[in-house]
Design a protein around this ligand. Structure first.
Ligand code: ADP
Ligand code: ZN
Ligand code: ZN
Length: 735
């Protein structure tokens, strides 16, 4: 019986493909799972990943084609990562070839492994047993140098920088490599090796958390590090990493939100930990990314810090996974392969048998629920590490009050006080630009985007109107398109208008604006944050970019200009996001020795969730919000799947979803509710009509048992021209 190779080939079909082993390769193939192969596919050649070798064919082997070429010496994807990705393809019902393509760095999606040149060398195991080199003094000197490096307790290798002190080392090293005494490896650049970690002495609750994590070494255990802002979670990660990476000889994977991956954070890790730290994010150049990937795969880098996609970093000896700010929505990929890196972290931890630490000052309701269900252990840091007090949150009712550029008299006075005392104030608005809406004063008609159900935002600096959804822009019209009136007024408040209003009121105050417009240039957020910390601004005005991670010791007032927009959003997660944002922004206040105050302007001062948050803090809010979710059977008390469709014509997307619904109704679906189809909350975007069908079930297994045949049948439906559909398992936004 012929044995075949199963390969994940990038293409939209939800299955693997079978091939015969490469020509001239007998039954004992050198192919192993996780290796990249070139395979014929239709009329083209594609690069896939071997899932299985020596499988029984499902198709007549006489009809199968051969693997054209094996591209790897060693698997690009180590076995545990292969299991994770295979699991993810089935859990998210996404084409397996696309899942692997998403996971691989761009440099490995091409045939030529444009591998980074080796930058370091280490002794192999056979070197130790191979005797001496009396006739090759230069080789002997290299071996001695490598042995020394291993003995000194640092990294057991030498990089080119250190080898440079040995004259003519390259030919000698090549000779050793031919004998199998040394092997090349890729290391993260510019790394000090050895030495002691630079860590703060932990306080009592930090020490308890570190102990709990370290004692879970070598087993899967989920932890929720629930620590108020400024409680020293980062220090806990660092010490736990130091323990697990040093003592267990392992590697740590640290995920941070997109906005959290700043040069300061990376510098903090590099300065604190005496191990090679490498960085991985999607904005890196392909070569750089490939170097980090290889360094992780070979074990040369001991700590990998990255954003969402770093969840797919191959690790030679994983010891710990950390997800910082685990509630952050950037962990969910919102297009293509819609995975949640936070959820995958838990699955990866259980496959790799390592502890997983989810950290946050504002844990997701999912995580709080996991703790309640006994599947995650909560580690609490209730106090700020430097003893600073948590700020008070005041709900300020602005109904019927005069507002200047969106600011109430109460908030303006509070700002004035800070200016007098030479402290800083931070004002937070949801929206960049000048004003969210331009209205006709005579008929009330708003200027909307031609292609989206969305109003254009006025950006006054260049006098343009922009759509924040599709990016369309236009000049300010001379008159109202509906009634012809020339009286157009701008209402609402964006960062620009707020900054202008403040400049008028406090002409001598130094203002700093932080939003996507003001930080478009690379590294600019960093510069602004540094300027703010160094005290070269009195008032900071910003969007949520300012909410995370930054530490501004002189900020003692945080003003949240408008909490209502978030509360009124139709999305069931909106209140959770508002509460997280308010708490995170509030966490910027009073981090130094100065106490802080937070003023939240609202027209809904009796909103029960807002009251719980203001008077008893985030845990109280979370308890109430969870009770509400349970009552209405929403996550984490139910599982959701959203089928989205969009097309240039409304009828096309509606028709497709109606068919999907019919298929669902024909299938057995115990415990699964089918809701819709309905138009999406923003029905028109970029000129396309969007609609959705929602599935809900209390049981994950029942839901997935239904999904498999359903998705298969939907995928077989002949889709009309222009229609695009996608499946979102565990969506974080219902729009
Ligand atoms: P979080 O990540 O929880 O918001 P950080 O880890 O950024 O908090 O810590 C807040 C501040 O407290 C940082 O400046 C940090 O250096 C300091 N810090 C944390 N733990 C300690 C400690 N045990 N002793 C002294 N300072 C600490
Ligand atoms: Zn009008
Ligand atoms: Zn638009």
């Amino acid at each position: 019986m012929a044995r075949v190779v199963r390969v994940a080939v990038p293409n939209p079909l939800r299955r693997w493909f079978e091939y015969l082993p490469p020509a001239g390769d007998p039954g004992t193939s050198r192919l192993r799972p996780g290796m990249r192969v070139k395979v014929p596919f239709g009329g083209s050649v594609r690069i896939g990943v071997v899932l299985e070798t020596g499988a029984e064919p499902e198709i007549d082997p006489g009809k199968l084609r051969r693997v054209a070429e094996c591209l790897d010496e060693e698997p690009s994807i180590p076995p545990p990562l292969l299991r994770l990705l295979t699991w993810a393809a089935s859990y998210y019902h996404h084409p397996i070839g696309e899942v692997f393509r998403t996971a691989l760095p761009a440099g490995l999606r091409r045939a030529r492994r444009e591998g980074p040149a080796a930058r370091a060398w280490r002794l192999t195991e056979s070197a130790a047993t191979s005797g001496s080199l009396p006739r090759a003094p230069r080789q002997a000197a290299l071996v001695a140098a490598l042995e020394n490096a291993a003995r000194e307790g640092g990294e057991p290798w030498l990089d080119e920088a250190r080898l440079a002190s040995i004259p003519n080392w390259r030919p000698a090293m090549r000779a050793l490599a031919r004998k199998g005494w040394v092997e090349p490896l890729v290391v993260a650049p510019a790394q000090a090796a050895g030495g002691a970690a630079q860590l703060a002495a932990p306080n009592e609750s930090q020490a308890q958390a570190i102990e709990a994590i370290a004692s879970a070494a070598g087993t899967f255990q989920a932890f929720l590090l629930d620590g108020v802002t400024g409680s020293g979670k980062t220090e806990v990660y660092l010490t736990a990493i130091d323990r697990l990476v040093r003592d267990e000889g392992g590697q740590a994977l640290v995920l941070v939100p997109e906005i959290g991956l700043t040069p300061q954070l990376v510098a903090r890790f590099r300065e604190a930990l005496p191990f090679p730290v490498s960085v991985m994010h999607s904005g890196m150049a392909a070569g750089e990314r490939l170097r980090s990937w290889e360094a992780a795969r070979t074990g040369a880098s001991r700590v990998v810090i990255g954003t969402r996609s770093a969840m797919f970093a191959p690790l030679a000896r994983p010891a710990l996974i950390v997800v910082d700010e685990e509630h952050d929505s950037s962990y969910k990929q919102q297009e293509g392969f819609r995975y949640s890196a936070r959820d995958l972290a838990l699955m990866r931890g259980s496959i790799e048998r390592v502890p997983v630490v989810l950290g946050s000052a504002t844990p997701s309701l999912e995580s709080i629920h996991l703790v309640a269900a006994g599947r995650c252990r909560r580690l609490r840091l209730a106090e700020r590490a430097r003893g600073a007090r948590m700020p008070r949150i005041l709900l300020h009712d602005v109904r019927g009050q005069p507002l200047a550029a969106g600011l109430s008299e109460r908030l303006l006075e509070a700002i004035d006080e800070r200016l007098q005392r030479r402290e800083q104030a931070l004002l937070f608005v949801n929206r960049r630009g000048f004003a969210p809406v331009v209205l006709c004063h005579d008929c009330g008609e708003a200027i909307e985007c031609r292609d989206c159900d969305s109003r254009l935002v006025l950006h006054r600096a260049d006098r343009r109107l922009r759509c924040h959804h599709c990016g369309a822009e236009r000049g300010i019209p001379v008159g109202c398109a509906a009634c012809g009136s020339s009286e157009l007024v701008s209402v609402g408040s964006g960062t620009q208008r707020l900054a202008e209003g403040l400049a008028e009121r406090f002409p001598s105050a130094r203002l700093l604006r932080v939003d996507r417009d003001s930080t478009r240039r690379r590294g600019s957020l960093d510069r602004i944050v540094r300027a703010a910390r160094e005290g070269s601004a009195d008032i900071l005005v910003g969007t949520q970019m300012l909410a995370k991670g930054h530490d501004f010791p002189r900020v003692t007032l945080v003003g949240i200009v408008d909490a209502d927009a978030g509360l009124l959003s139709p999305d069931f997660r909106a209140p959770e996001r508002v509460a997280q944002l308010v708490t995170q922004v509030a966490g910027r206040a009073g981090r130094g020795t100065l106490a802080g105050e937070v003023i939240v302007q609202t027209r809904r001062p009796r909103h029960p969730l807002l009251i719980a948050l203001a008077s008893d803090g985030y845990p109280a809010f979370a308890a109430e919000a969870l009770a509400e979710r349970e009552e209405v059977r929403l996550p984490p008390f139910a599982r959701l799947v959203l089928l989205r469709a969009e097309a240039p014509a409304r009828a096309t997307s509606a028709g497709f979803l109606a068919t999907a619904r019919e298929i669902a109704v024909e299938l057995p679906r115990p415990g699964v509710e089918v809701m819709g189809p309905v138009p999406s909350p923003m029905e028109r975007q970029g000129g396309r009509y969007r609609a959705q069908l929602l599935l809900r079930s209390a049981s994950r297994s029942q839901l997935h048992a239904f999904l498999r045949p359903w998705v298969e049948r939907i995928a077989a439906v002949r889709t009309p021209a222009g229609l695009r559909w996608s499946l979102d398992v565990d969506p974080i936004e219902l729009g």
